[in-house]
Design a protein around this ligand. Structure first.
Ligand SMILES: CC(C)(COP(=O)(O)OP(=O)(O)OC[C@H]1O[C@@H](n2cnc3c(N)ncnc32)[C@H](O)[C@@H]1OP(=O)(O)O)[C@@H](O)C(=O)NCCC(=O)NCCS
Length: 181
């Protein structure tokens, strides 16, 4: 059962944490929220590189009905510039897999290695893909959260997403080859 919650960016189209003119990072967040614990380690955010599947596995994002190898191959054919990795000392610690269908932007495969979470890296990589989508003319981002993963909703709300109150439906067109996780 893959009933999902659906979240979207705020209606203004401007994330309350970062404007499109801000370099994504923690200084802005500190200004807005008056934080004292500055988390300003910056990810190097780059186009896709090999080595993301271990991260997705560590974050429980690999499910039997989605073959990650097939997903990567397909993504490299459509908006590959929105498939980003976040590097620390040359090692992939974060990913995001953006898309734009001409009406809505989408975010998938957002992940930060568990031992690097809560350091602002998810916020940084989301802000970069949002800026890229905004530059493409995308007015709104949608995303889906598995029912089994509702804990992540606090993150999305913290970076400006709200509940769209929609029912998400899907129809499989191609069965992926089985992936041996
Ligand atoms: C979602 C995810 C990418 C967030 O990455 P992260 O680097 O930990 O997020 P950040 O450190 O940028 O968090 C920003 C803010 O979001 C909120 N937040 C993040 N994780 C949270 C959690 N588990 N519980 C409550 N709030 C959370 C906090 O407000 C946080 O700020 P704070 O740490 O100063 O309080 C990461 O938890 C992850 O990889 N999860 C597993 C994969 C997954 O579920 N992906 C989404 C699929 S839809």
């Amino acid at each position: 059962m893959i009933s999902r919650f659906s979240l979207t960016t705020c209606n203004s189209g401007i994330c309350p944490v970062f404007s499109s003119r801000e370099v994504p990072g923690w200084r802005m967040a500190n200004n807005v929220f008056g934080r004292t614990n500055v988390k300003n380690t910056r990810l190097q955010i780059r186009p896709y590189q090999t080595g993301v599947i271990d991260l997705w596995r560590a974050c429980n994002l690999i499910v039997p009905w989605n073959n990650p190898v097939s997903d990567i191959e397909r993504k490299l054919q459509v908006n590959p510039e929105l498939f980003l990795v976040g590097l620390l000392a040359g090692k992939i610690v974060a990913t995001v897999f953006g898309g734009y269908d001409g009406h809505r932007g989408w975010i998938n495969y957002l992940a930060v290695y568990p031992d690097h979470q809560r350091q602002g890296f998810g916020r940084q990589i989301v802000a970069v893909v949002e800026d890229k989508l905004r530059a493409m003319g995308c007015p709104k981002i949608n995303l889906q959260v598995r029912e089994s993963n509702t804990g992540v909703i606090s993150f999305y709300k913290a970076v400006g997403y709200t509940d769209d109150a929609v029912i998400s439906l899907g129809k499989r067109l191609v069965d992926d080859p089985e992936y041996d996780a």
